[in-house]
Design a protein around this ligand. Structure first.
Ligand SMILES: Nc1ncnc2c1ncn2[C@@H]1O[C@H](COP(=O)(O)OP(=O)(O)OP(=O)(O)O)[C@@H](O)[C@H]1O
Length: 314
């Protein structure tokens, strides 16, 4: 995708988006509400006409006859027929995708098996749970064996167990060579379900790469060390800033549990093996009894904040 642009009136929904995917890859478009993710997906699927820019699939312009046949779209809103059974939905969507005869019958069997709905094939979808409806929605978009699946927020409103199941289904397709482009505003989903993350904000790509590359490009390898210390022996209480020997550090909070007072001290270090012993020793020399140590690696949240200056949920 090269320099894709789309405005709605004065709103620049997509403002020059460029990225590549690669065959068989799993790419996550990560961004807050209104970042332009859905509009990007809709431009690829042909539901929205971009103002400018180019999209190619396996080297062919996406508007060329037949190219979009290799794409499967799974929309954010569940778009299946509640008054039809799972099997009837697969039959109907299979026909939309041009399947007929034995091929259609084979794919209906496959979809029922893939969604785990073999035993509920003839029940009306309206009576299904949210997670089951999502699975039917997913299968309806991929009945025709697309090379590329576009998934717009595939797990909105589903419980963690259903989420896990949906991603396991997608992993099966990806393992068989299908490329997957999904939009999400879940940091954990982007990190665990993709081998490349494209971070979008206000219609623009602000960074792309795998998680390690994004961390290296932004916050770097710095770890946050949290020491939970016992202040019972400290008299008078420690000042707010303490020298733990490495990086900036400060006293974060003091809590009282019975007669004991606990405080959390923090330090930032680059090399856990080399610097952590010094931090612990420094706290010990200052008279703190250490209860707990937590070392926190940079997260995608830190990366996003670093890049955009705001939280993903702002
Ligand atoms: N059909 C439309 N008419 C007018 N404005 C639109 C239309 N579609 C999208 N927009 C606007 O374009 C911007 C980008 O919207 P889009 O839905 O692409 O973002 P998104 O990242 O997918 O957000 P969400 O996570 O909320 O779905 C928003 O400001 C949105 O209000």
């Amino acid at each position: 995708m090269q320099d894709l642009r789309k405005s709605f009136g004065s709103t620049r929904a997509v403002d020059g988006v460029t990225f590549t995917m690669g065959e068989g890859r799993r790419v996550a478009l990560l961004g807050p509400n209104g970042a332009g993710k859905t509009t990007t997906i809709r431009c690829i699927s042909g539901r929205t006409r971009p103002d400018s820019g180019s999209i190619t699939l396996s080297g062919r312009p996406i508007d060329e006859a037949g190219v979009r046949d290799g794409i499967g779209l799974v929309p954010q809103d569940i778009a299946v027929y509640g008054d039809l059974s799972a099997k009837q939905n697969f039959y109907t969507f299979g026909r939309f995708h041009g399947l007929r005869g034995d091929k259609l019958a084979d794919r209906i069997d496959w979809a029922l098996h893939w969604t785990g709905l073999d035993g509920r094939a003839d029940e009306l979808v309206a009576g299904f749970s949210g997670g089951m409806k999502r699975r039917v929605n997913l299968a309806c978009g991929v009945l025709h064996r697309p090379h590329l699946i576009l998934l717009d927020e595939p797990t909105v409103g589903v419980d963690p167990q259903s989420r896990h199941r949906i991603f396991s289904m997608l992993n099966d397709l990806n393992a068989a060579g299908t490329s997957i482009l999904l939009t999400t505003h879940h940091l954990d989903e982007a990190q665990s379900q993709s081998d490349k993350i494209v971070i979008v904000d206000q219609g623009r790509v602000v960074a792309e790469g795998n998680f390690d590359q994004l961390v290296a490009q932004t916050v770097g390898p710095q770890r946050l060390v949290r020491l939970r210390v016992d202040q019972a022996s400290q008299s008078p209480p420690p000042p707010h800033h303490r020298d733990l020997g490495s990086g900036p550090q400060h006293q974060r909070e003091t809590v009282t549990a019975g007669a004991r007072r606990f405080a959390t001290l923090t330090a930032k270090i680059d090399d856990v093996g080399r610097e952590l012993p010094g931090v612990l020793e420094s706290a010990r020399q200052q008279g703190f009894a250490i209860h707990d140590v937590e070392v926190q690696a940079p997260t995608l949240h830190d990366v996003f904040l670093h890049l955009t200056g705001h939280d993903l949920r702002d």
